[in-house]
Ligand binder design. Sequence first.
Ligand code: PGA
Length: 252
Amino acid sequence: MGRKPLIAGNWKMNGLKADGLALAKGVAAKLKGEPGLACELLVCPPFTLIAAVADAVAGSGVAVGGQDCHAKVSGAHTGDTSPAMLVDAGCSYVILGHSERRTDHGETDALVKAKAIAAHAASLKAIVCIGETLVQRDAGQTIAVNQTQLRGSWPEGGAAENTVIAYEPVWAIGTGRVATPEQAQEVHAAIRAELGQIIGAAEAAKVRILYGGSMKPDNAAQLIALPDVDGGLIGGAALKVEDFWAIAKSCG
Ligand code: PGA
């Protein structure tokens, strides 16, 4: 299908300047030693570190992303960051609608969609996160929940070149409880099929769908090898160079 895997590190609210720079430089150095790596590498530091990290990895091939952005271009939005500000700081990607933002900040599908449209307008690639809770999974609602979130969050104008989906079962995030390959493939295939209804099967076949939720060096290879899994959105294991690199290497 020609989908180059994306291995994205979501650092969340972790790291001061020294740690973040060491981590970013460590990842960049690994990539320098292996220019033919089979996947694309992305690090998403907290806002405070984006500019310094972008400087540190400039020219290395490691991309930098934000963890959120506002849907508006500018204005009276204290504490928020616009898509253009992320680009100005060195970002080419932004994570949107992570379950922690949906929970902590009440983000809805409609808001995530608006943010993705704003991100595209600023030339950022959007990583749109969706995923079911354990209660929803136990109630047999997994596929329906992901289809609904996808339909509500997918931006008009979204295509393979500007939008990535991250399937992150909420029960697997930060819990050490990873989806089985069967669980992951089932949902990824359902997401791609639903996406085909929105943008057409040919374009949906080109869109990268990442798995996220307790992806580690010891489980990454079997997940990434699945037909509809095109990389990972990695939290905890992205905070250690060796773990992040081991996951990247498991792309083949
Ligand atoms: P985790 O986080 O790898 O620590 O489970 C993934 C994420 O929330 O993006």
